[in-house]
Design a protein around this ligand. Structure first.
Ligand code: PLP
Length: 346
């Protein structure tokens, strides 16, 4: 329950499509026009937004899309704002590229999300802002008004908005709003890793404004050539597997309830709201101020792996842990049983 990936594999239809492709296709360097069209239709189906298929840039995972976005949109030395806690690769990849992450400390009062006021107060204005809703590690979401306010301040201050929408489709109340519904020029990042359960297939995408498509394609060709051909065949089939995928959502919802209920019973009550994604992010500061040591000991004693908050929040993460509940119901129940017994004996 440490790594953020569904324990279910790719949908059955994706596996069948991959098997067929291995026998019938040379699997050379390739970009699937059909997949770009299908992803464009996905924006109409899910968000009511029209996207021209050529604006879909296929990448090796959201990781590839983020790298591509940073390389094309930013220069060395540029400031890039993001919430803390947040996905650690934003900060690490920006640092590796000589760009400067600007972390906005976000607490429970803003549901662990950056606000328009925080971005307004930045001086100088950053070159870009990264948002993720639902977010990793907290699962919290921006509602339409909050996202619109962030987009508005970005527009006024010429800040490029990069919206990481990798957890869309995995929500427990209202569905997630795409930045594309509000701002046609937003940079959208997404992936087959989470909702479609295809982490190891390494396929994601970006929606770029038309004016940037040529540069994105040119950079992408140089950095990646193309994403995996086999994965593109599989992903096209996966996009019509909602029936199978919705069963995973039922499992996540049950696991989320189980983890949160059990945590409350154990006195771990300070948790982020977990509106979406498949994480519970909890403050265990009353139990330890060394969440890494806490998780290591738990793993050694019980075989249950939780994640320390340190990667997500280098400042306050020594008090927090993240639990990924994208595993089976039986595994979640077993993990909670072992964790409770361990904690109560401590
Ligand atoms: C918020 C967020 N963005 C991007 C990624 C990268 O995902 P991938 O490269 O598998 O698509 C992850 C993976 O956990 C993530 O949590």
């Amino acid at each position: 329950m440490e790594v953020g990936q569904p324990s279910a594999g790719a949908p059955e239809a994706a596996l069948r499509a991959a098997e067929r492709a291995m026998r019938s296709d040379k699997l050379g360097y390739w970009e699937s026009g059909a997949l770009k069209e299908r992803i464009a239709r996905h924006y109409l189906d899910w968000y009511g937004v029209e996207v021209e298929p050529k604006r879909v840039i296929l990448t090796p995972g959201a990781s590839g899309a983020l790298l591509l976005a940073f390389a094309v949109l930013l220069d060395a030395g540029d400031l890039v704002a993001m919430g803390r806690p947040g996905y650690p690769a934003y900060r690490n990849v920006l640092n590796a590229l000589g760009m400067q992450p600007v972390e906005l400390p976000c607490g429970a009062e803003s549901r662990f999300q950056p606000t328009a006021a925080m971005v307004e107060a930045l001086d100088p204005a950053p070159a870009a802002l990264i948002v993720a809703s639902p977010a990793n590690p907290t699962g919290t979401m921006l509602d339409r008004g909050e996202l619109a306010a962030l987009i508005d301040v970005c527009r006024r201050r010429s800040i490029t908005l990069i919206s990481d929408e990798i957890y869309h489709g995995i929500t427990y109340g209202p569905t997630a709003v795409s930045a594309l519904e509000i701002d046609p020029s937003a940079i959208i990042i997404n992936s087959f890793s989470k909702y479609w359960c295809m982490t190891g297939w390494r396929l994601g995408w970006m929606i770029a404004p038309e004016s940037l498509v040529e540069r994105m394609n040119s950079y992408s060709g140089n950095i990646f050539l193309t994403p995996s051909a086999l994965s593109q065949h599989a992903a096209l089939a996966a996009m019509d597997a909602d029936e199978e995928l919705s069963r995973h959502l039922e499992t996540y919802a049950a696991n989320r309830r189980l983890v949160m209920d059990e945590f409350r019973r154990l006195g771990i009550t300070d948790m982020a709201p977990a509106d979406g994604a498949f994480y519970v992010y909890a403050d265990v500061g009353h139990l330890t101020d060394d969440s890494l040591g806490f998780c290591k000991q738990l793993l050694a004693d019980t075989g249950v792996a939780f994640n320390t908050g340190l990667d997500f929040d280098p400042v306050g993460g020594h008090r927090t842990i993240r639990i990924s509940f994208a595993v089976s119901r039986a595994e979640t129940a077993e993990a909670m049983k072992r964790f409770s017994a361990w904690l109560e004996a401590r």
